[in-house]
Design a binder for this molecule. Structure first.
Ligand SMILES: [Mn+2]
Length: 249
């Protein structure tokens, strides 16, 4: 359980930064990293804990002895938070789910591979990235394939530069195609409302994945928050021990 130890302290939530580590994203990466560092410096004096709810990197495939190039100052800043006794909790998303232990070892973050219930200041939170909450059958099968041992072993024998180039090509095409196809119906909201809340009450549900920032009441005593993203919205949530607010930086 996380307790807010001083009155001024807060807990911060952010997701879908999509820090590009691929060739075509280098320029965007610099600008985004600078903005993120400014935000981290801004919240640091008030932060009791920081939650990163997935898709922190646009594509992160970690090898036994190699990691993707880039966003190193961001990684150092996370380490700085941990050194200053501000714990950083990282929930993996669908773009960075292939993390092994580098971020744990080097940045000191605490890694979550699936959604979790966490108590903060006597309030119950259900947190995660959101891609595994109420997914379609097609997505479930695809995810199972991507995370299977044989698929990962196969990817590992391909040249990393080639992999990163292909993924970069794919992600660039996808971004141009349809940036907000999730906007029509938020599966995560409805899953929380129908399948979790009636059986296991939480005060707050916080997710990312859809890139559409909003807060909405699930019922009289619990709220759902989608964190938006740092591709278009630059949004984050802040819990002060009582209220959860969705803010823009
Ligand atoms: Mn995302």
């Amino acid at each position: 359980m996380i307790e807010l130890t001083q009155l001024a302290k807060k807990v911060f939530f952010i997701s879908d930064l999509h820090l590009p580590l691929c060739p075509s994203g280098i320029n965007r990466s610099r600008a985004l990293e600078n903005k993120l560092l400014a935000w981290l410096d801004y919240i640091k004096p008030q932060a009791e804990a920081l939650f990163l709810l997935g898709d922190v990197f646009d594509f992160w495939f970690e090898y036994k002895y190699l990691i993707p190039k880039g966003a190193i100052r961001f990684q150092v800043k996370l380490w700085e938070f941990v050194q200053n006794k501000i714990p950083v909790y990282l929930f993996l998303g669908n773009h960075d789910g292939w993390s092994i232990d580098y971020l744990i070892q080097e940045c000191g973050v605490q890694l979550f591979r699936k959604p979790a219930s966490i108590t903060i200041c006597n309030r119950k939170f259900f947190l995660g990235h959101g891609d595994t909450i109420g997914p379609t059958m097609g997505y479930t099968l695809l995810r199972r394939l991507y995370h299977s041992r044989w698929f990962q072993s196969f990817v590992r024998i391909l040249p990393p530069d080639w992999i990163y180039n292909r993924v970069d090509h794919y992600l660039t095409k996808k971004k141009g195609a349809n940036p907000s196809f999730f906007a029509k119906k938020d599966r995560i909201f409805h899953y929380c409302e129908d399948k979790i809340e009636p059986f296991n009450h939480h005060d707050f549900y916080i997710f990312g994945h859809t890139h559409c920032p909003y807060i909405k009441a699930l019922n009289h005593s619990s709220s759902y928050c989608n964190l938006g993203d740092w591709v278009f919205h630059y949004t984050y949530a802040c819990f002060d021990g009582d209220n959860l607010s969705l803010l823009t930086f």
